[in-house]
Design a binder for this molecule. Structure first.
Ligand SMILES: NC(=O)c1ccc[n+]([C@@H]2O[C@H](COP(=O)([O-])OP(=O)(O)OC[C@H]3O[C@@H](n4cnc5c(N)ncnc54)[C@H](OP(=O)(O)O)[C@@H]3O)[C@@H](O)[C@H]2O)c1
Length: 260
């Protein structure tokens, strides 16, 4: 097992969802230097093909992660063509800003379907296969937004909180079966997802640096991988604040902050 970033890579076949842009795209390019086959999934076939044209180790497998059957077929096809997936990075995600208690059913349902059920759909097909082999590394990309309920995040934060909870359950349950689970909680990363945000984003990190930090954490087989570290640690502190102090902090420092 490679623990240092040098020597033989720990995985032969990797699969990344949400690989057409942002963190997933950058991670795919990094992994292609170290892993024999990197299957890249998202809905945008054109972007996947353009990315795959940069490296013969990248293989586009277009997919909508909300379609459970398509996800199962995609995983079956990758394993048939390339061999067992030993690293699965479940990274596809969507973010819609909801402000001022705007309960937008479509946005909230999309958040659950893509961010949460998109991961569950992959787990349903991956876990039995990895369990049978007694090996595999599953990576769930959540967010600092899942640590506590924050303004404007009603369609997003709850889905990431659910993923953080799910990853904890899976870590304990899958370890005895030889399956590693990692949880990724990024802070603000400069990707298409955040480009239109109308509020200040402290510690905004370029996507290539985020992907590098993610890969470093995976190679060290860390459970929770965070970047940028200073900002994420600060947000994580909110988890231990008493409610009274937390709500005071949010009303004083987070509510109503806007760049516009
Ligand atoms: N950027 C940040 O500040 C930040 C912070 C914390 C966590 N995260 C998380 O990091 C992950 C990557 O986000 P990013 O910042 O790199 O954003 P991004 O550039 O918008 O990437 C999102 C990816 O998900 C794919 N996707 C969306 N819906 C999909 C669906 N139904 N089926 C398959 N793929 C789908 C998109 O591709 P298509 O549109 O082509 O399908 C795209 O490749 C997400 O889970 C996000 O929540 C991001």
């Amino acid at each position: 097992m490679n623990m240092s970033g040098s020597g033989a890579p720990p995985w032969k076949v990797a699969w990344i969802t949400g690989a057409s842009t942002g963190i997933g795209r950058e991670l795919a390019m990094l992994l292609a230097r170290r892993v024999e086959t990197v299957a890249i999934s998202a809905r945008s076939t054109d972007k996947l093909e353009e990315l795959a044209s940069t490296d013969p180790r990248l293989h586009p497998v277009p997919l909508d992660v909300t379609d459970a059957q398509a996800v199962a077929e995609c995983i079956g096809a990758i394993e048939r063509d390339a061999g067992p997936i030993d690293l699965a990075v479940l990274n596809a995600g969507t973010w819609t800003l909801l402000d001022r208690a705007d309960i937008d059913l479509a946005a909230m349902r999309a958040g659950i379907e893509v961010n949460y059920m998109g991961v569950v759909n992959a787990l349903a097909a991956l876990v039995p296969r990895m369990r049978e082999r007694g090996s595999g590394h599953i990576v769930i990309v959540a967010s600092v937004a899942g640590y506590r309920g924050l303004p404007r995040s009603a369609a997003y934060g709850p889905t990431k909180a659910a993923l953080i909870n799910l990853a904890e359950t899976l870590k304990s349950e899958l370890a005895p079966l030889g399956i590693t689970v990692s949880l990724v909680n990024p802070g603000f990363i400069d990707t298409p997802m955040t480009r239109e945000n109308p509020f200040p984003m402290p510690g905004l990190m370029p996507a290539p640096a985020a992907a590098r930090a993610l890969l470093d954490g995976l190679e060290k087989r860390q459970y929770e991988i965070i970047f940028p570290r200073g900002f994420v640690r600060a947000v994580k502190l909110l988890r231990i604040l008493p409610n009274r102090v937390f709500f005071w902090y949010v009303s004083r420092f987070v509510m109503g902050r806007s760049k516009r």
